[in-house]
Ligand binder design. Structure first.
Ligand code: NAD
Length: 264
């Protein structure tokens, strides 16, 4: 399957590192013009430069803005008024005992992980529908359906994204615009190696260390290793393509079989 996105403009939120950076690279490789977003001018420019050297001919537009705020969203929309592919990737996570999560923290998680994506979808969906093509994706998590006891505020936001994407898919029904969520599983992103080595023998080489970590601490995974960010990106690039025209209102899993369920 040849995926050609050269006539398309994408915006990937939170794409200076991790899964977002891999998605931005995947879309750029498929030919899309890509809005690369981080909160700071310097880190966004540095990530854009890295991506341009990694993907020859990449067309990258750095969009430095805190997209969890109304002002940040307005700045992104004025920098990139017509977006065909919106990937709502940015997200925060952290563990906290359930009874210690106060109102402010619940609100912060909702605003960053859920409302930021809703706001951008509201801004870009009408243009996509008018043009008769568009792709909106929300990066959810296995935590959307397997709520982790140590971070129910995070799990709540990821479950919300499933509802939000299904709802916006209904709004876009019959227009050529698809809206989906992608459930990412445990992924090899920055900081994860330190986390793994806190839990397994520090002398093990990475390959063995991550397998030991998965066996002992994530035994539900059928993949039995961490997922590479590019493996999530492959699904997102496919969903962004014209070839994925019949997939909408769905929750697609790239979780290594982590969620023990036949249905998504
Ligand atoms: P990460 O922390 O490595 O990267 C997040 C990116 O978002 C960074 O570039 C950060 O600067 C940016 N960001 C955060 N808040 C922002 C804001 N307000 N405005 C603009 N940018 C902002 O995260 P990651 O591990 O790559 O995760 C990406 C997404 O995938 C998140 O939504 C996360 O919940 C989800 N996810 C991650 C995993 C995992 O194992 N890493 C698993 C399932 C789902």
């Amino acid at each position: 399957m040849l995926i050609d996105l050269k006539d398309r403009t994408a915006l990937v939120t939170g794409s200076t590192q991790g899964i977002g950076a891999a998605i931005a690279a995947g879309l750029a490789r498929a030919g899309a013009r890509v809005g690369l977003n981080g909160r700071r001018e310097d880190s966004t420019a540095a990530a854009a430069a890295r991506l341009t050297s990694e993907v020859p001919g990449a067309r990258i537009i750095p969009v430095a803005a805190d997209l969890s705020t109304e002002e940040g969203a307005a700045a992104a929309v004025s920098a990139l008024p017509d977006v065909d592919i919106l990937v709502n990737n940015l997200g925060i996570f952290g563990s906290r005992p359930a009874l210690e999560i106060d109102d402010a923290e619940w609100r912060r998680y909702f605003e960053v992980n859920v409302l930021a994506g809703i706001r951008l979808t509201r801004a870009y969906l009408p243009g996509m529908m008018a043009r008769g093509f568009g792709r909106v994706q929300f990066i959810a998590s296995d935590s959307a359906v397997a709520i982790p006891a140590e971070m129910i505020h995070y799990g709540m936001t990821k479950t919300s994204l499933l509802a939000v994407s299904r709802g916006f898919a209904k709004e876009a029904a019959g227009t050529g615009v698809t809206v989906n969520s992608v459930l990412a599983g445990p992924t090899h992103t920055g900081g994860v190696e330190d986390f793994v080595y806190e839990l397994v023998d520090r002398d093990l080489p990475w390959e063995e260390a991550q397998r030991a970590f998965m066996r002992e601490h994530r035994p539900q995974s059928l993949l039995q290793r961490l997922i590479e960010p590019e493996e999530i990106a492959n699904m997102v690039v496919y969903l962004s393509s014209p070839q994925a025209s019949a997939t909408t209102g769905g929750a697609l899993r790239v979780d290594g079989g982590y969620v023990d369920s036949i249905l998504p």
